[in-house]
Design a binder for this molecule. Structure first.
Ligand code: ASP
Length: 433
């Protein structure tokens, strides 16, 4: 049995945070694999090291003097090393980076944030350092080569405690490749899968996932348990807790993810797993996003619905437009897309749609916000969606779009942008509290 834990940038921000991480790791001998992010913000005016590294790369690329940024980065790492009195030749590490950064790609340079953070943490804990470039293997199309990665991680880890940098890996050629931003969550998940961990602990600066965005709802309750599926729905609709792709590597083996707080390690946090469970409230969580556009298409009465729909879908495919929702009627269909994705192609898309022979008219409506009401325990509760809509109606909020999957654990409601916060607030207050 083993536990894999990942510590995000805020847990790695300075020597004080490093101490907390070490205490957490050594408290439970089952914690064997430690995956870390680059150093994050220590105070609000700080920059994240990863952001500085991207900026540094741009300076090199455009041949602008980079000394001040490079020194800022060095200072943050040296501060941790000196405060903790670590025996690590950081000067030599930075010399190598400075030499390589002029010839190697952006991913190499940006990955050094996690590389150095992991080096420091391994030295501080006094355990093995495993370089992600040696064990996290990517295929040339950018996907993870799971078989190879599992083999390499297992062989490198043995039975010992180790620290590994998150966020990057390499191709077979040795060239470094990054995950997308926030990707250390995915690295941790892949390590948990490779080691068949009992649990994947994801340590951050909040004591779990909240039922709604605290900027919208005052003091929302914490979610104690949630299924992978529910979390994916919430993350897709804007809840930002965990990288969306962190669930894929471990959902088949049902390794639970436990979101924990480095600054309050006694808090139980949130458990994400495949298991269904009973919750106090039918709703598990609320999320949402603003700025969608609904494209309404009306077809000729006698035209076959399926033919028209397939022609419309081909146009969306051609323009690479991602459709969020498709509420349809007999003769009228709506396609909800992110407004930003239409920005440069709006008129071309309209023109192409208008050219379809069986279409009578095409109209668009902007400023739509989508609210997702998610909860496995809402399913098969007759009248629940009715209550959601009644609450909105009672509060003068007009519903523009409705969608509910047949699994019944996600109701998506489109309202005007200006009603977005109010919609979440009134649903929360009336149906959760
Ligand atoms: N440091 C990287 C980022 O800021 C990756 C991570 O922290 O997960 O995106």
């Amino acid at each position: 049995m083993s536990i894999v834990c990942k510590f995000g940038g805020s847990s790695m921000a300075n020597a004080t945070q490093f101490k907390k991480v070490r205490d957490i790791v050594i408290k439970n001998p089952e914690r064997r694999g430690v995956v870390v992010s680059a150093i994050g913000k220590s105070k609000s005016t700080d920059n994240k090291i990863t952001d500085l590294l991207y900026l540094l790369f741009a300076h090199i690329k455009y041949k602008v003097n980079y000394d001040s940024i490079f020194n800022q980065i060095k200072e943050r790492y040296f501060e941790v090393k000196n405060d903790l009195n670590l025996d690590l030749d950081l000067e030599a590490e930075f010399d190598t980076i400075e030499k390589n950064m002029k010839v190697l790609n952006q991913d190499y340079l940006v990955s050094r944030g996690e590389y150095l953070a992991a080096k420091l943490m391994a030295s501080y804990i006094g355990c093995k350092f495993i370089d992600a470039a040696d064990v996290m293997r990517f295929n040339f199309d950018g996907s993870v080569n799971y078989d190879e990665t599992t083999k390499l991680i297992k062989a490198a880890a043995g039975d010992n405690l180790f620290v590994m940098p998150g966020f990057y890996g390499s191709y077979e050629t040795g060239e470094i490749h990054l995950f997308s931003r926030g990707g250390s969550d995915v690295s941790g998940s892949i390590v948990a899968r490779a080691l068949e961990a009992e649990v994947y602990e994801n340590w951050t600066d909040v004591s779990g996932i909240l039922m709604a965005d605290p900027r919208v709802v005052d003091n929302p309750r914490k979610i104690t348990k949630i299924t992978y599926e529910e979390l994916r729905e919430l993350s897709y609709m804007g809840a930002s807790v965990l990288h969306q792709d962190a669930i894929f590597p471990i959902e088949d083996s049902n390794i639970p993810i436990n979101i924990r707080n480095t600054n309050a390690p006694e808090d139980a946090g949130t458990i994400i797993s495949a298991n269904d469970f009973q919750t106090e409230t039918a709703i598990t969580g609320l999320a949402g996003k603003k700025d969608f556009t609904s494209i309404m298409v009306i077809k000729k009465r006698f035209a076959k619905k399926i033919d028209v729909l397939s022609q419309i879908f081909n146009i969306f495919k051609k323009f690479n437009l991602n459709i969020e929702l498709v509420p349809t009627g007999v003769d009228a269909f709506s396609f909800v897309v992110e407004t930003a994705s239409l920005e440069k192609i709006r008129y071309k898309v309209m023109e192409a749609l208008n050219e379809i022979e069986d279409i009578v008219s095409v109209e668009t409506e902007n400023n739509i916000a989508l609210v997702a009401v998610v909860g496995k325990n809402m399913a098969y509760k007759p009248g629940f969606s009715g209550r959601v809509f009644a609450v909105l109606g009672d509060n003068g909020i007009s519903v523009k779009v409705i969608a509910q999957g047949s699994h019944e654990f996600n109701i998506i409601i489109g309202v005007d942008n200006k009603d977005f916060e109010k919609a979440i607030k009134v649903i929360y207050t009336n149906l959760v509290e």
